[in-house]
Design a protein around this ligand. Structure first.
Ligand code: IPD
Ligand code: CA
Ligand code: CA
Length: 243
């Protein structure tokens, strides 16, 4: 929440922007939010390991690992396009056991604990009831490496012709929790990192959704390609997606 407030209050007041790749930017706000989150975790759990987007891996060989994206949707944030969030997950002995995704613009806190359901601002959420692809509302994203290899264009075209609509809003973590609360019926993306998906992955599963790789094999946040749906349209999407 504290880092979310920092992010919200910094819209339109970014100090520095640097480039991690041709289109991949990071702002001072990403770094300040990350420092804030890591300091809080470190002060309470000094022995835990941390994997965070900008700082990388702080490995304490602990069975507890925090996986942090201090600002998911940085390009949106840098353009004051209000679709970005903070995403934090806790892995215990290799199993994602806790996930929170906070959208500071709408003050929406999505959360889940393994085996205990998924919540939006304290209220239980579940995935949509959409049964077929024809009326479904989907989301996807295009990774920073797309200029080198535009692997997702074919998937986008194929699915666009068979669904009601597809959005590409620019925050994988928010896309995932939007599946969890039934706003989207499904989401897929290639080349994601653990910090983009770890929290959202658990939140979708706890909202009774289904999360796999494109070939329907079990998903973990260390896999690059993710397919998250309400379960009902899953096999149809598996048949149409290519890695
Ligand atoms: C990005 C966003 C975007 C997705 C990219 C991610 P970042 O994260 O989640 O939606 O398409 O693949 O890298 O860089 O804004 O934290
Ligand atoms: Ca991210
Ligand atoms: Ca980020």
């Amino acid at each position: 929440m504290k880092s979310g407030r920092l992010i919200k209050n910094s819209v339109g007041k970014i100090g520095t922007i640097s480039y991690k790749g041709r289109d991949n930017i990071v702002t001072d706000v990403d770094k300040r939010a990350e420092r804030m989150i890591i300091n809080i975790i470190r002060s309470r759990f000094p022995d835990h390991s941390i994997l965070s987007e900008e700082k990388g891996s702080l490995d304490n060989h602990s069975r507890y690992k925090w996986i942090i994206d201090p600002l998911d949707g940085t390009t949106n944030f840098a353009h004051a396009f209000p679709f970005f969030c903070v995403s934090i997950a806790l892995e215990i002995a290799g199993v994602v056991s806790l996930g929170v995704v906070y959208d500071p613009t709408r003050d929406e806190l999505f959360s889940a604990e393994l085996g205990r359901g998924a919540y939006l601002n304290g209220k239980k959420i579940k995935v949509s009831g959409a049964k077929g692809l024809a009326g479904s509302f989907l989301a996807t994203g295009f990774s920073y490496g797309r200029r080198r290899k535009d692997k997702n264009i074919g998937n986008f075209k194929r699915l666009l012709m068979k669904t009601m609509a597809i959005r590409r809003a620019g925050s994988a973590a928010l896309d995932l929790v939007y599946v969890a609360c039934g706003r989207f019926d499904g989401f897929w993306e290639l080349d994601l990192h653990p910090w983009d998906s770890a929290a959202g992955f658990l939140i979708v599963k706890e909202a009774k959704g289904k999360v796999t790789q494109f070939d329907n094999k079990p998903y973990s946040p260390y896999h690059k390609n993710i397919l998250a749906t309400n379960g009902k349209i899953h096999s149809r999407m598996v048949s149409l997606l290519k890695p």
